[in-house]
Ligand binder design. Structure first.
Ligand code: MTE
Ligand code: HPA
Ligand code: MOS
Length: 767
């Protein structure tokens, strides 16, 4: 099995990133005949296009053509699954910001002038924008989804206490630094090459082929890197890729499309906002017996990935807690807004936030420290449990649980108890300034929750000079996947990472891949690359052992050298050349599929996740109740990354995820007008965390263990998404701060903006 070397490594593109030399799609030098596309967007949210006049647009010098749905040879669809995302509106429009047509121009400047000449007339239908409207109209995309266990209705009757409530949870704009972008270059024989910022090159290939009526092998897709994606480029890069492909097919020239920030925010879907209602029954000690949660989700105008997102939300609604009687329901509402999509956590954050809110509220009701209540309801740690109490409501055994031990360690290292006491004391005497502290746990399931997606491929070439070329199906979005996979290959050959060339993800090299998503990039592609490299190494070992008449176990690859029967015989490069001369194949593909996972859709039970990731955070906040102004002054994180392949990258993911989560829960607010206009369509009105919003004091540590219980690569654990949810501690620290002012439970909604924090306590003070 692979065991990672302890070499510390920078992100492979770190120097390129900080010197501005990393090439993103918009930086690729284009042929001189390249054309530029600008999109015409709907200004109404619901209705029909009665007339579209583009002749005046086409008359402007420098305009080559305009494209609409009529120019699509194949299928007018950019959706990932359900066929319900038109590329160009065809008659009907479903949201304000929907793409109706494109202008193809010699330059973007000309396009911007010409597009104003377009005349579109509509007949409008009153749109459904808010969740409230959708509920009233019963505007559902599909039947509700459920996770059920036991008998909620009977159990709740027998509980000593119950609470019901509601929480509204806002959406979130991805705000990747690099917006959506695509470039199509037509080649000979109806071949076309697409450069795009996408997490899912294979899906881009398939969608473009279907749009152009071409077999998949005519379309090649290349992705070297993305300037951030966060789920926003799992399915929604399909649209710009399809548009440049249509334009290139029509004009026979290279075509490029770059969404500017405002268009990007208007066109693309976001994290789903939820309104979740709950009813929970518990005993006098706060042990939860029965829980019903109904998640109402705003999905937007089409399905996109909402089905899988709803399922992940349901499968994370119990977070770390064993609850015998469970009724979790998700309603997927259709609205005239952009189609909401994957975003770090994929429904998990919303599910968990509701659960943590319920715990916080029960603690308030029973006048207990919420941490005590959390501990009382946790799944038991490994081996300390009776089987049944370890099962999630969807039937998966939580056999790798460490949350009790992890929380105990964090409670101690963060000095939580003393600090909470201090804060409670301080809040009694401090008038305007209040503090709050909270500790929240995370348990996050790793694997795509669609079993078939858990597969990956890789290609490794060893050249006769000993240099290695690496390709795999994963994509790089800043998360450090390429750096990790490169190290796995280098370690396998016993050479330095510098000897391994990372290459752009390319559908011609590794076909039929899954999106880089569900945090599983390294688990899947790292293992596939390991398999490929190991096969080459095994062939070399066999050849060299024959040459030197020794056992294969006497051939050792170490520090760029080949040691045979304890003697240093040659460099790795010399070995590569020798093997080539001996006609040994030095190229290999590798394939990996996650073992032991399955799902019975009929029963709604199975083992959808290979394992769980655990973590917890303690956040302390300070709040000025006269203004609502606030700051996270300290955060302590203990997070389980298994046996790390690259600790610096893992730490970066933890900190980055936390800050992104903090933004979602405390400041990022999306506002749609009643006509479906996104009012918050630029950084001027949409507030993401700045450096100055990040916690003043950080204490981030890895949970120490022997590594993943399962045989993942290096026994590491996925790290991309789980830390996002550690930011729930910030939300409940605000709740703690407010609880010192009000008698009743401060039912915060998310985001807990400065305004909300201000009005919450003020409203109550007036009573
Ligand atoms: N980190 C950076 N810097 N940029 C990103 O876009 N996306 C996140 C996470 N971390 C993201 C990131 C999301 S949503 C996922 S699913 C994982 O990275 C995907 O990569 P992995 O599977 O290699 O962890
Ligand atoms: N995460 C991200 N994308 C997905 C998933 C998931 O769990 N399932 C299907 N697509
Ligand atoms: Mo991440 S939301 O699975 O791309």
């Amino acid at each position: 099995m692979y065991k990672s070397s302890l070499k510390e490594e920078f992100h492979d593109s770190a120097k390129l990133h900080v010197t501005g030399r990393a090439v993103y799609v918009d930086d690729i030098p284009v042929p001189s005949n390249c054309l530029h596309i600008l999109l015409g967007l709907s200004t109404i949210a619901n209705g029909k296009i009665t007339k579209m006049e583009l002749d005046e647009v086409k008359k402007i010098p420098g305009i080559i053509d305009a494209i609409t749905a009529d120019d699509i040879k194949g299928v007018n669809d950019a959706s990932p699954i359900f066929g319900d995302d038109p590329i160009f509106a065809e008659g009907d429009v479903y949201y304000n910001g929907q793409v109706i047509f494109g202008v193809i121009a010699e330059s973007l400047e000309v396009a911007k002038i010409a597009i104003k000449k377009a005349k579109i007339t509509y007949s409008e239908i009153p749109p459904i924008i808010t969740l409230d409207q959708a509920r009233n109209e019963k505007s559902l995309l599909c039947p509700p989804k459920e996770v059920l266990r036991g008998n909620f209705a009977a159990a709740i009757e027998n509980c000593a206490h119950f609470i019901d409530g509601e929480i509204s949870i806002g959406g979130q704009e991805h705000f990747y630094l690099e917006g959506q972008v695509a470039l199509a270059v037509p080649r000979e024989n109806r071949e076309i090459q697409i450069f795009v910022s996408s997490q899912h090159p294979s899906e881009i290939q398939h969608k473009v082929a279907n749009v152009l009526c071409l077999p998949f092998h005519n379309v090649s897709v290349e992705v070297r890197r993305m300037g951030g994606a966060f789920g926003g480029k799992e399915s929604q890069a399909n649209l710009p890729a399809c548009i440049v492909a249509i334009a290139a097919q029509k004009t026979g020239r290279p075509c490029k499309l770059v969404y500017d920030r405002d268009d990007d925010m208007r066109i693309t879907g976001k994290r789903h906002d939820f309104v979740s209602t709950y009813k929970v029954g518990f005993d006098k000690n706060g042990i939860i017996e029965a829980l019903r949660i109904q998640h109402d989700m705003r999905c937007g105008m089409s399905m996109d990935l909402s089905g899988a997102i709803a399922e992940r939300a349901l499968m994370h609604s119990e977070n770390c807690y064993y609850i015998p009687n469970v009724q979790f329901i998700a309603n997927l509402y259709k609205t005239n807004t952009p189609s909401n999509t994957a975003f770090r956590g994929f429904g998990g954050p919303q599910g968990m936030l509701v659960m943590e809110r319920i715990i916080d509220e029960i603690a308030h009701f029973l006048k207990l420290d919420p941490l005590m209540l959390r501990k009382r309801n946790f799944y038991a740690d490994r081996q300390k449990s009776s089987q049944q109490e370890q099962e999630t409501p969807y039937g998966q055994n939580v056999r790798d649980c460490v949350i009790n031990d992890l929380i105990a360690k964090l409670e101690k290292s963060s000095n939580y108890q003393n600090r909470r006491k201090e804060i409670n004391k301080l809040n009694k005497t401090s008038d305007a300034i209040k503090r709050g502290i909270a500790i929240t746990p995370v348990k996050f399931g790793i694997s795509f929750n669609k079993t078939m997606l858990n597969q990956a491929g890789a290609l490794v070439n060893l050249y006769s000079d000993g240099s290695v070329y690496l390709n795999h199906g994963g994509t790089e979005m800043g998360q450090g996947l390429f750096t990790k996979v490169r190290k796995i290959v280098a370690d396998t050959f016993g050479i330095s990472s510098q000897s391994v060339k990372i290459s752009a993800t390319d559908t011609n090299k590794v076909p039929n891949t899954s999106a880089t998503a569900a945090s599983s990039g390294t688990d899947l592609n790292g293992m596939a690359a390991y398999v490929a490299a190991s096969q080459i190494k095994d062939r070399m070992t066999a050849y060299l052992s024959q040459l030197y008449q020794c056992d294969i176990s006497d051939v050792v690859f170490s520090s760029g050298k080949i040691i045979i029967s304890g003697e240093e015989k040659m460099t790795f490069s010399q070995a590569a050349e020798q093997c080539w001369m001996g006609r040994v194949s030095l190229s290999s593909t590798g394939f990996y599929k996650t073992p032991d996972i399955y799902w019975d859709a009929e029963k709604g039970k199975g083992r959808p996740f290979y394992y769980f990731v655990y973590g917890a955070a303690v956040s302390e906040v300070v709040l000025d109740t006269l203004t609502g102004e606030n700051r996270v002054i300290r955060v302590d994180i203990l997070h389980d990354v298994g046996r790390s392949i690259n600790p610096a990258i893992d730490k970066g993911q933890i900190e980055g995820g936390f800050v992104q989560g903090l933004g979602w829960l405390s400041m990022e607010e999306l506002v749609y007008g009643s006509d479906g206009t996104l009012m918050t369509h630029s950084p001027a009105t949409y507030k993401i965390p700045a450096c100055s919003d990040s916690p003043i004091e950080w204490n981030v540590d890895f949970y120490k263990s022997d590594g993943n219980l399962e045989e993942t690569i290096n026994r590491s654990k996925a790290v991309g998404e789980p830390p996002f949810m550690l930011a729930m501690s910030v939300f409940f620290a605000f709740s703690h701060a407010l609880a010192s002012i009000n008698k009743e439970y401060p039912s915060l909604d998310s985001p807990a903006t400065a305004e909300q924090l201000y009005f919450k306590q003020r409203g109550s003070l007036q009573e």
